[in-house]
Design a protein around this ligand. Structure first.
Ligand SMILES: [Zn+2]
Length: 335
């Protein structure tokens, strides 16, 4: 089933949630009620439509809804956590299209999503920015992320007082803060980054708007780019390197185009994990018209650029290898 751009294999998912099919009927699976308390009266009373993901328990009369609601109720988790659960369990989840729905208030249903006009998205960003506050010294950006005042000011990092999604990162295009990204304070909250519905993620590179050099450093998340920016600022190297983020580990064709139009040289600085490695391979293949280099984490036992210190960043940038070298090494090792 594809729900609003989200592909979910309901049949594969059900056993993981403890819903064991007794039998199939057309598009439907009939199972015992997965809630312990209702199990006695709920024998073969639980219906799930494999095509739509909609479900109903005829024993517990109040219980019915979407596949998200089922996960939320059974696992006692929030909507974003349910979306993340789906992702971890082999389903494609397009967080971008959720945007608005990933809020604290959402609990019931996922409504059909329609794309929104850019005007609407920009208007929403303005509202969010107005509702947000500048940082305080005790705040998240300063105490938890280790950002200094210069960094916080430069990126206009903000905090939303009353939301679970408290941290606000404006995204500038042509010198204007057009969009906002919200980010969970609690590192265990998934997804980490929350994009507005209609946010043109594929057409943007975070940080490109203020890039001062033609050497772009590509990283995954906006906070990685900001961390690298702070290190480069300390090293007084911002005239040489400009960190930009691709909003994840999959670069879009529009982003490739932006890179090729704006950079003389590219350094790939993705996360130190398997997603980061596949992002490197992907970029090695797709960036054709700009010399491309790769950093090596070597013995630094960190998971992303945000965990590195200034000295480590400098060392990695002085030991980059070109993609051509990488390809030669791979062919030697591979044969
Ligand atoms: Zn039930």
């Amino acid at each position: 089933v594809i729900l609003d751009g989200v592909q979910i294999d309901v049949e594969k998912l059900l056993p993981k949630l403890g819903v064991i099919a007794a039998y199939h009927s057309g598009d439907e699976v009939i199972a015992d009620c997965p809630w312990q308390a209702h199990r006695k009266g709920g024998r073969r009373k639980f219906y799930v439509n494999l095509r739509t993901g909609l479900w109903i328990c005829q024993a517990c009369k109040d219980k019915k809804g979407s596949i998200y609601k089922l996960i939320m109720l059974l696992k006692d988790i929030s909507f974003p956590e349910a979306a993340e659960y789906l992702k971890d369990n082999g389903s494609e989840v397009d967080f971008e299209s959720f945007g608005d729905y990933i809020t604290e208030t959402l609990y019931n249903e996922v409504k059909p999503l329609r794309s929104r006009s850019d005007k609407k998205v920009v208007r929403e960003s303005k509202k969010i920015l107005l509702a947000s506050r500048r940082f305080s010294k005790k705040g998240f950006w300063y105490s938890q992320r280790g950002y200094n005042e210069e960094t916080i000011r430069k990126w206009n990092l903000r905090i939303l007082p009353s939301s679970r999604w408290r941290n606000v990162i404006p995204v500038s295009v042509d010198g204007k803060e057009k969009y906002v990204i919200r980010r969970a304070q609690d590192p265990s909250t998934k997804p980490k980054y929350l994009y507005q519905r209609g946010f043109p993620k594929r057409e943007l590179l975070f940080g490109l708007d203020s890039a001062d050099s033609d050497m772009l450093i590509l990283c995954e998340g906006p906070l990685d780019a900001i961390s690298l920016w702070q290190h480069l600022s300390k090293l007084k190297m911002l005239d040489r390197y400009s960190p930009v983020a691709i909003f994840g580990s999959k670069i879009s064709t529009e982003q490739i185009d932006l890179v090729e139009r704006n950079a003389d040289k590219v350094i790939l600085f993705f996360d130190n994990d398997t997603d980061g490695e596949s992002a490197v391979i992907d970029c090695m293949r797709k960036i054709k018209n700009v010399p491309t280099y790769v950093v090596d984490y070597g013995s630094f036992n960190v998971k992303d650029p945000g965990d590195l210190n200034t000295k480590q960043v400098r060392s990695m940038l002085t030991h980059i290898t070109s993609v051509i070298e990488q390809k030669v090494m791979a062919s030697i090792n591979g044969s």
